[in-house]
Design a protein around this ligand. Structure first.
Ligand SMILES: [Zn+2]
Length: 382
């Protein structure tokens, strides 16, 4: 059996209806277009990815998550799931009402049964979640500049499938579980990524597959809203396709996308992203160096420690910094390689992007040529 969902059961609130029925249902009610992050979150709440959460969090629950790292049910949880709105919407929304959600094309796809509304204490959230209120942190910048000052809470329902950035690879937790079953996988290790693969990533994936009892690897790519300089969803997916075709066993590897906005909250985000993968059925989770971090905001091994403090029912496979060592003549890590740093080819995504832009050759000790070839065709967004 693959892993049980977090909290015991997948909470799914997808109730597919045809367009006429949706329009009838929504007639006369308030409908709004959520900011992209909440659009994605609403879909992931309803398909069970965020189980046991069934809706956007109340003020009390947000506070509990920030201060105690627990849901009101006492289950450990690290990232508040909020639905921010501006003052105009806040004024119109009434508790007890159902409001409707429109996709980026202006068509209704779901609803929230509003059970509360509140003023967002942004500074408290920034410090409580991201450990900083520095606007150089991308999520803090969003919180202060792109999110409304208020929030509404309540259960979410989704009435139809909507296109997402990773569409052809987007997985629902139930689909992933079915596919694992068909593959005969019981123990599944999930790998979180948001960049094209370089050889150090390959090392983590393959070493994980060597663990006794692990049947398969889910490479789960976060491809939601992107920052400037990020690779497009297609570039990431196409490069992974080429990589898996050439360097992984098909019967041991599955590629999927997760269209959500990345939260760079370091250790807290690493825990959140692991909970999501547990909902997909993963039993093990790869935790690399500076997992879910950004810039120099977090201790690169804070996520490793966080998994010692919090039990969320998934086994972390922790890895130290990995690199190509010229003395070892292979990919290794500072856990096992005895050589001094001068022999290491350190691989930064920023440097890879620069090299691609300049048309420079990327050494095969850093990136597989098949991956480089895909990325040469264009990828990062400016
Ligand atoms: Zn070495």
């Amino acid at each position: 059996m693959v892993n049980s969902p977090y909290g015991g059961k997948l909470k799914i609130s997808v109730e597919l209806k045809d367009r006429e029925k949706i329009d009838d249902h929504a007639r006369g009610a308030l409908s709004i277009t959520p900011f992209t992050d909440f659009f994605y979150d609403s879909l992931k709440i309803s398909d069970g990815s965020y189980s046991p959460i069934e809706g956007f969090m109340s003020e009390e629950e947000v506070e509990s998550v920030i201060k105690k790292e627990r849901l009101l049910s006492d289950l450990p949880w690290t990232i508040p799931i909020i639905f921010a709105v501006d003052e105009k919407v806040y004024a119109k929304v009434k508790e007890g009402e159902e409001i409707f959600l429109k996709d980026p094309n202006g068509e209704i796809y779901g609803s929230i049964n509003v059970d509360g509304k509140f003023h967002l204490r942004k500074k408290e959230i920034a410090i409580g979640v991201y450990g900083t209120h520095d606007p150089k942190h991308p999520n803090v910048e969003d919180l202060f500049n792109n999110y409304g000052d208020f929030a509404i809470s309540g259960k979410v329902r989704i009435f139809r499938e909507v296109p997402l950035p990773g569409n052809r690879y987007e997985l629902h937790p139930e689909q992933a579980r079915d596919r694992f079953k068909k593959m005969g996988w019981k123990n599944v290790v999930a790998y979180q990524a948001r960049n094209p693969p370089h050889v150090a990533h390959e090392y983590l994936q393959k070493v994980s597959l060597e663990f006794p009892g692990i049947d398969g690897l889910l490479i789960h790519l976060v491809v939601g809203r992107l920052k400037k300089g990020d690779y497009s969803a297609d570039a990431i997916l196409n490069s992974y396709e080429a990589f898996i075709d050439n360097y992984h066993k098909k019967e041991k590897t599955m590629l999927g996308s997760l269209s959500i906005t990345m939260r760079y909250a370091g250790p807290k985000a690493a825990i959140f992203l692991a909970i999501v993968r547990r909902n997909f059925g993963a039993t093990h989770y790869i935790v690399g160096r500076d997992q879910a971090g950004v810039g120099n905001f977090y201790d690169p091994y804070a996520a490793h420690k966080k998994f010692d403090e919090m039990d969320i029912g998934i086994i972390p496979l922790k890895f130290r910094d990995t690199f190509y060592c010229r003395k070892c003549r292979g990919i290794t890590s500072d856990n096992v390689c005895p050589h001094s740093p001068e022999y290491r080819m350190i691989i930064s995504q920023t440097r890879i992007r620069e090299m691609l832009k300049q048309g420079e050759d990327i050494p095969e000790e850093i990136m597989r040529p098949e991956v480089t070839a895909v990325l040469r065709k264009g990828g990062s967004i400016d």
